[in-house]
Design a protein around this ligand. Structure first.
Ligand code: PEP
Ligand code: MN
Length: 363
């Protein structure tokens, strides 16, 4: 077993956390845990005990009654255990049943009051804590939650990337916005980042692709929901997989090396990277030239009392570049994001320039 720190299960490279969305009954939990343990690919058994549900009236978790089942599953299988905590009482109860890993859910991570209460309850313990990204794509809020837990004296902290809520997206239940966990990894390089394909996907179809992508991004582990019989699951039934299917999914993942010392490969990589650096510089020069022209346009618009934004023109640019992008093998989604960024900056520059001109003429 490759571990960097014997004490910390979440720092085991490619750690796998799996188990049902919710603990439902002793039989369900023990059966699922036993099957998961049989395949030898899972390190930690997860189970939601208290469930934050979007709508009231559904199954809101079995509550403290489920904690002895989790402890029994741990004793039977040797798997470590993980539960979600949202209040100080949850922390206290989970710790009294020897839960190894606590996680703060996405709906709790958005609320600094709740996170602080959990942090206060954790003071003086040596607990392992995973912090899910808040449901909204707010990197600072996620960082803030980490800081609150760290300030309480907890030093075994990891992150869970579970995607972000969005309105009307049908491809994912929660859009991954990979750039956010990538940025968290850059800012907090010592914290393991664990990907939660189950809550990103919301169904089973893309689980493998999302898991593989997190592996390719050198994320540190996976948390995947698994139920011995997903069809009868009380929560998140369409995204849970059987332990056998989970084992097969994990078996298909291709783990790559972080680096290689092969001389030919390194030389080739360096050449290509040099070309990339060169092109990046060219792109920035071209964008700078484009902004200079935008400034000039701002000036003549000002002189002729014409508004900075002209929607027709923007539509025309958008259609042109999408078409050009397609000819160059660039996706519509990328071209749109790119031109939006350029356009917003161009408007900002025009405004700034016009304000400067008006101040000069007033002076
Ligand atoms: C869960 O893990 O079952 C859960 C409720 O997740 P999230 O907080 O990511 O919605
Ligand atoms: Mn769930």
């Amino acid at each position: 077993m490759e571990t960097t720190n014997q004490q910390s299960i979440i720092k085991k490279k490619n750690v796998v956390i799996a188990g049902p969305c919710s603990a439902e009954s002793e039989e369900q939990l023990i059966t699922t845990a036993t099957e998961l343990a049989q395949y030898g690919k899972v390190d930690v058994l997860r189970a939601g005990i208290w469930k934050p549900r979007t709508n009231p009236g559904g199954f809101e978790g079995i509550g403290t009654k489920g904690l002895p089942w989790l402890l029994k599953a741990k004793q039977l299988t040797g798997l470590k255990t993980a539960v979600e905590v949202a209040t100080p009482k949850h922390v206290e109860d989970a710790l009294s049943f020897e839960v190894d890993v606590l996680w703060i859910g996405a709906r709790t991570a958005v609320n600094p009051f709740s996170v602080q209460q959990i942090a206060d309850a954790l003071k003086g313990t040596k607990q392992t804590v995973l912090i899910k990204n808040p449901i909204n794509p707010d990197l600072k809020l996620w960082m803030g939650a980490v800081e609150r837990i760290a300030t309480a004296g907890i030093d075994d902290i990891g992150l869970i990337h579970r995607g972000f809520s969005s309105y009307g997206n049908t491809e994912y239940r929660n859009v991954p916005l990979w750039q956010i966990p990538i940025e968290m990894k850059r800012l907090l390089p010592d914290l393991p980042v664990i990907c939660d394909p189950s809550h990103i996907c919301g169904n089973r179809t893309k689980l493998h692709a999302v898991a593989q992508k997190s592996v390719d991004l050198d994320f540190d582990g996976l948390i995947i929901e698994s139920h011995y019989n997903p069809e009868i699951a009380l929560t998140d039934k369409s995204q849970q997989v059987t332990p056998a299917n989970l084992a097969s999914l994990l078996g298909k993942l291709i783990y790559k090396r972080q680096d290689s010392d092969d001389a030919a490969f390194l030389q080739q990589l360096e050449n290509l990277r040099e070309q990339i650096n060169h092109l990046d510089e060219e792109l920035l020069t071209v964008i700078g030239n484009r902004m200079a022209i935008a400034r000039e346009i701002g000036e003549i618009k000002q002189r002729n009392s014409v508004t900075v934004l002209q929607s027709n023109r923007y539509n025309e640019i958008l259609n042109r570049v999408i078409q050009k992008g397609e000819e160059n093998g660039l996706s519509e989604r990328f071209v749109k994001t790119y031109i939006e960024a350029i356009h917003i900056e161009s408007i900002r520059i025009q405004n700034e320039h016009q304000n400067r001109l008006s101040q000069q003429s007033e002076a």
